[in-house]
Design a protein around this ligand. Structure first.
Ligand code: DSN
Length: 426
């Protein structure tokens, strides 16, 4: 029996969500629209299969097909990013980062990451997260101009001698300077983790420096700019040792340590449907069309930035070099929370976000974070970005006027008719 007959409530909600996505502009920079092929793999019978362990070393029978699926996903990840080892089993970004901590640190060890409220991530040492409770977390931040404060990072590293330095983030519009972070990590003998979740698609498409080969270990989610299903990849150079060989904590042994952190350390059976969908997305990301996609994401973000600046908006760091913009609404008569709501009513989905040194609280901060990966997937280019900037400006300016916001949403519905959700793959 099909979903519509068996569970009409869930069926209707899925339909409604598809309509919401089609008739709106998804501008949360960590979101994207996957291909039909990725969706097909996700909805496959592979979800039924248990396969704890790794290809060729499973605790269950019947793994002959999922072994090949997982090897394909691992090989495609290694080839795309130039790594000699990849693990594709972490269920998503937080567990991927957790596995790296588990592999390389003991409880109580000092770790260092970018403050969440300066554009970092919960798993980079937030006090309320495992990374800030199990470990002793020291946090670096951004300068007043919004750029990561490398001087602070260096002096905190020398003062606290962290075991692990975590880099990357979730609301930083500029290039992550992996080589500079590595220099600091080497000065104090720390492991360097590069969490490239936000920019992985830009890395794959040659629009952002690749941390693989620089950082000791790299994590990424697969569903942001990389345009795959929800999931994660962990990569390093080096090779895992044979099963059951005891290994010391060292850079060379990171593959073995992380494989064992994932299972038996943290997770049970891998999500084979998800692994297959990751493999499909990685194949897509190897196509020449994906390079054009990555380039257009950045061109679109820069166009949007220029338009918003010309309308008097302040952007953290003054602009963007990536897929993401962080607007500081401090000079406007509106907060981040009000901005998110007004734009939502106008059919433009963004999220409220703190800005570095925000005078306001995280639940009603001064900023909104937005980006271009999903709109670029739909085929939108510079001309559409100019229209979108105009709509954003009108929605924020008229945030108290529901009729004006509804009229903008009507314009959004009209505009999006020409832009299907599925990406063009060639
Ligand atoms: N939730 C992700 C983001 O929106 O950036 C980070 O995990």
């Amino acid at each position: 029996m099909k979903l519509q007959q068996q569970d009409p409530q869930i069926y209707d909600l899925i339909k409604k969500e598809i309509t919401r996505q089609k008739e709106g502009l998804e501008m949360i920079p960590s979101e994207n629209h996957t291909s039909e092929a990725v969706l097909e793999a996700l909805g496959s019978r592979l979800t039924d299969k248990y396969s704890e362990g790794y290809p060729g070393m499973r605790y269950y029978g019947g793994c002959e097909n999922v072994d090949v699926v997982e090897n394909l996903a691992r090989d495609r990840a290694k080839e795309l990013f130039g790594a000699s080892w990849a693990n594709v089993q972490a269920h998503s970004g937080c567990p991927a980062n957790q596995a790296v901590y588990f592999a390389l640190c003991d409880p109580g060890d000092t770790v260092m990451g970018l403050k969440l409220f300066h554009g970092g991530h919960m798993t980079h040492g937030l006090k309320l997260n495992f990374s800030g409770t199990i470990y002793h977390s020291v946090q670096y931040g951004c300068r007043e101009d919004g750029f990561i404060d490398l001087d602070e990072m260096r002096s905190l590293a020398h003062e606290h001698k962290p075991k692990l330095i975590v880099t990357g983030g979730s609301a930083y519009p500029q290039i992550y300077e992996w080589a500079k972070y590595k220099e600091i990590a080497d000065e104090v003998g720390a492991y360097l983790l590069a969490d490239m979740s936000h920019v992985a698609g830009l890395v794959a498409g040659g629009m952002h420096p690749n941390p693989v080969g620089i950082a000791d270990v790299v994590t990424t989610t697969t569903h942001k700019t990389l345009r795959g299903p929800r999931g994660a990849i962990i990569m390093a150079n080096g090779n895992p040792s044979t099963p059951l060989t005891k290994v010391e904590r060292s850079k060379e042994n990171i593959p073995t340590l992380v494989d064992r952190a994932i299972i038996p350390g943290l997770q049970g059976g891998p999500h084979n449907h998800q692994t297959a969908a990751i493999a499909v997305a990685l194949k897509e990301a190897r196509q020449p069309a994906f390079k054009n996609y990555a380039k257009q994401i950045v061109v679109n973000a820069k166009t949007l930035a220029e338009e918003l600046l010309s309308k008097g908006y302040q952007l953290v760091t003054g602009g963007t070099e990536t897929h993401l913009l962080l607007i500081n609404l401090g000079n406007k008569d509106i907060t981040g929370k009000q901005g998110e709501k007004a734009l939502g009513l106008a059919g433009i989905t963004v999220n409220k976000n703190t800005i570095p040194h925000d005078p306001r609280k995280p639940f009603d901060p001064s900023g909104i974070r937005l980006g271009t990966p999903a709109l670029t997937t739909r085929g939108m280019k510079e001309a559409e970005m100019r229209v979108v900037a105009n709509m954003i400006d009108r929605a924020l300016t008229n945030h108290g006027d529901e009729n004006a916001l509804t009229r903008i949403h009507d314009e959004v519905k009209e505009m999006t008719k020409n832009f299907p959700l599925s990406p063009k793959l060639a």
